[in-house]
Design a protein around this ligand. Structure first.
Ligand SMILES: [Zn+2]
Length: 371
């Protein structure tokens, strides 16, 4: 296969995903927050998606990263001109779920910072990122890839948790094949569960936000964070159209003992935490934004409606210490300005917390509304 055919195949993958996203844009999943099902669960839709992803992630290693980024940038720039009505804000997703009790301590909104560490480069920047957040009085979670291109030192995990940060799991190998077959997923899920026990992790986010919410019940975890309210730039672009966390019940879970198990076990279900602010890579690397203005605008909207502002920032793309950013990096000062804005504008009225705590809160609410 020639390079131009490879490029066209990759571009086609992105285009198809976008078209599906457009078709779904009027579908709202904002029903009682413990009653969600997987919108991409039709058999034919899932099969075509699995096939497309298998082809894409099979070809991907043969195309140099700079070419892939250039393709994504070009497509993202074009896409942006067509999606103003659904991104970064999708109207309708601000409706609170039925029986929503509000956030603990009467806080106006939840503010959840998460990080996926993609490579050795990101790994080497975790401490700088932790320090930036600590200095401003924030905590966050760091998701590491257990069997990716780096090994996670136990000391780093311990240092993070000792400082009040959370450690989570990011995929297993981060190769795009986590959901490529049911059998493979079962095998990989067992390994993820083993790492979660070893690391004391409570949640997962898959690579490239690929997901199958029905299969995730194999994981013995309290939450998944691979969905989003609206993000047409992702390879599996169907949004959940809500800025609130929601409960995903296990269709095969027993209801007896539910009350005791809901909080600490995944046997009856798990909590889904959609990210609701655009990813840093999309904003600053693909769309080449020069300020955090889009984050701020979306955050104001989420705060106004009492939702959950959850962002995924990758240390891999953060350029610290006034170094010159490469084409796949952006100045850490963008992120710092955003945090400064939140702490000044909303001092005392938001709940800065970790995904685990949101999941535990959400599980308790689910339990209360069912009893
Ligand atoms: Zn990732």
């Amino acid at each position: 296969m020639s390079t131009s055919m490879l490029i066209e195949a990759l571009a086609e993958h992105r285009r198809r995903g976008f078209e599906e996203s457009r078709q779904e844009k009027h579908t709202s999943f904002n029903v009682p927050f413990h009653a969600h099902t997987d919108p991409s669960s039709s058999h034919s839709g899932r099969y075509s998606l699995m096939l497309r992803n298998r082809i894409y992630y099979g070809l991907k290693p043969f195309v140099p990263q700079f070419i892939r980024t250039a393709i994504r940038r070009k497509l993202a720039m074009r896409l942006r001109t067509q999606i103003g009505d659904v991104w970064p804000i999708m109207q309708g997703s601000e409706r609170a779920p039925e029986n929503w009790p509000g956030w603990p301590g009467n806080k106006k909104f939840a503010f959840v910072l998460t990080h996926d560490v993609e490579s050795k480069v990101g790994l080497a920047r975790c401490r700088s990122l932790m320090k930036l957040e600590l200095d401003l009085g924030f905590c966050s979670s760091f998701n590491f890839i257990p069997e990716g291109s780096y090994r996670v030192p136990a000391e780093l995990r311990q240092e993070l948790t000792a400082n009040g940060f959370e450690v989570g799991i990011h995929d297993l190998k981060h190769d795009g094949h986590l959901f490529s077959s049911r059998r493979k997923f079962t095998r990989r899920a067992a390994r993820i569960n083993a790492y979660a026990r070893e690391w004391g992790a409570s949640g997962v986010r898959s690579g490239f936000m690929l997901r199958n919410l029905d299969w995730l019940h194999d994981l013995d975890l309290q939450y998944d964070a691979s969905t989003f309210d609206t993000d047409p730039f992702e390879p599996q672009p169907q949004g959940r159209h809500t800025i609130f966390p929601f409960w995903v019940p296990n269709p095969n879970g027993d209801s007896i003992g539910y009350q005791q198990r809901a909080i600490n076990s995944s046997s009856s279900g798990y909590v889904e935490l959609p990210y609701t602010l655009p990813q840093d890579f999309t904003l600053f690397v693909l769309l080449q934004e020069k300020t955090p203005e889009i984050w701020i605008r979306k955050l104001d909207w989420i705060a106004q409606h009492g939702g959950m502002a959850l962002v995924d920032v990758h240390p891999d793309y953060l350029c610290f210490d006034n170094a010159t950013a490469t084409s796949r990096e952006y100045p850490a000062s963008h992120y710092k300005s955003f945090l400064d804005y939140v702490s000044q504008r909303y001092s005392g009225v938001f709940w800065n917390t970790t995904p685990r705590q949101v999941a535990q809160f959400c599980a308790r609410v689910t339990q209360a509304t069912r009893s």
